[in-house]
Design a protein around this ligand. Sequence first.
Ligand code: NAI
Length: 463
Amino acid sequence: MANDYIIKDIGLADYGRKELDIAETEMPGLMALRAEYGESKPLKGSRIVGSLHMTIQTAVLIETLVALGADVRWASCNIFSTQDHAAAAIAAGGTPVFAIKGQSLVEHWDYLDRSFQFEDGPNLILDDGGDATLYVLLGARVEAGEDALISVPKSEEEEAIFAQIKKRMKESPGWFTKMRDQIKGVSEETTTGVHRLYDLVKQGQLPFPAINVNDSVTKSKFDNKYGCKESLVDGIRRATDTMMAGKVAVVMGYGDVGKGSAASLRGAGARVKVTEVDPICALQAAMDGFEVVLLEDVLETADIFITTTGNKDVIRIEHLRQMKDMAIVGNIGHFDNEIQVAALKNHKWTNIKEQVDMIEMPNGNRLILLSEGRLLNLGNATGHPSFVMSASFTNQVLAQIELWTKGEEYKNEVYILPKHLDEKVARLHLDRIGVKLTQLSPEQAAYIGVTPEGPFKPEHYRY
Ligand code: NAI
C-alpha cells in the first residue's frame, strides 16, 4: 500500500538516513546479526508488530529484522519519544510506521492499532512496556464479554485504550480474539512490561510464550544502568540548561535505572541523595557513597527530583506542594504515574517549550516539570546512545528468532535467553571499544568448573 505510514514529515528521511548510517557504526551487535543471518533469513514468514520508542537506534533494529526476512509494522510506545527523522527514514525505506513526537493519547492507541494491520495480522509482538500485548489481550477479554472492564474508565489513558478497542470491535468483530490466537509470542524490552507478563502468568492469562529481554544481563545491567547514566543528565540539560554542579538531586529508586541515574547526576557534579524501599538497594546506595534519605526530609532543600522506580504515586501532590521555587521534577521510569501529574492539572501551567512546563503552586512557588512526567530521557533528549541500545536490541532480535523458529518448544510462560546467548551479545560489542578478552586455559576452566568457551557463570550469579 502506498504511503502506509503516519509520520511528521517524509522530508526528514535524508537526515534520518544520515544519522542511521552513523548509528550503524555504533551498533556492532545488530550489524553482526545481519552478517550472520542476512542470507539464511530466519525471520522469513514472520510478521512482527513493534511497539517501542521510534528512535534512530530502533530504526537500526527495524532494518535488522527486515534484513533477516521479517515483515514489520511499527508504532512508538510513548507519545513523546519518537524522533521524527528516524520515523521518516523508516517510512521512506518502505516499512509502515505510525509515530509522531507529541502525538496525543488517542493517536497513540490508533497508531498502535494501525501497526497491527498486516493483511493477515501479525504473528509476533516486539513490545516495550507491554502496550501491544495489553491491546490484544484486553481487546480479546472485552470481546469475550467481560464488560465490567469497560464500564469505568479511570484515567485519560484507560479511556483512550477502551475507546480504540470499541472502535476496532465495531469495524472488525472477533478481531482481537483472532489476533490473540495467531500470535506465536512476544519479546518484552523493559522492567515494567516484564512485570505485566509475570502477572499474566500468575493469573493464568498469558496465551503465548514470552521472552523477557530486560533480564538478559546484557540488557538491564547495561541499558538500564549505563544508558541512563548518559541519557538522564542529557535530558535535564536539553530541557533546562540548568547548572547541575553543586545542586542537590534526589533519585527515587536504586535499581538498575536508579543506579545509572544517580551516577549520571553525580558525574555532572550534583550532590545526590537516594530514596529506597528495599534494604538491599538502600545499602548499595549508601555504600556507593549516596546519602539515603526520606523524600519528606529533602523536599524543601533539593533542586532536582527524579523518579526511577517503576512504581506509582512516588511523588505525590503533598510532596509537590512543599518543593522549593523552580525545583525541577522528572521521571525516567516507564510510565507517567510515578509523579501525580494529574493532580496538577488545575494549577497554572506555562509551556516553556516542547516537553517543558512551568507550574505555579498555590503557595506561589513554581515547578519545572519535564515531559509531563513521562520518561524524560526520551521526551527531552534522544534516549540512550546507540552502542548500549545495540546490546539491548541484539537480545531482541535473538528473542524474535527464537520465538519464530522454536516457538512451539516453549510453554505459555516467561523465559530469559540462555546465558550463552547473553555472553554472545557481550562478545559482539568488545571489538568496537578495543576490549581484549583473556582466554582460559583448559586447566583453569576445569578448576573453576566451566568450559574455556563459556558460559562462564552459573545461572544464579548476579553480576
Ligand atoms: P528495578 O526494579 O531494578 O528498580 C526499581 C527500584 O525502585 C527498586 O530497587 C525498588 O525497590 C525501588 N522502589 C520501588 N518503589 C519505591 C518507592 N516508592 N520509593 C523508592 N524506591 C522505590 O527496575 P529498573 O530496571 O531500574 O526500572 C525502573 C523503571 O525504569 C521501570 O519502569 C523500567 O521499565 C524503566 N526503564 C526506563 C528506561 C529509560 O530509558 N527511561 C530504561 C530501562 C528501564
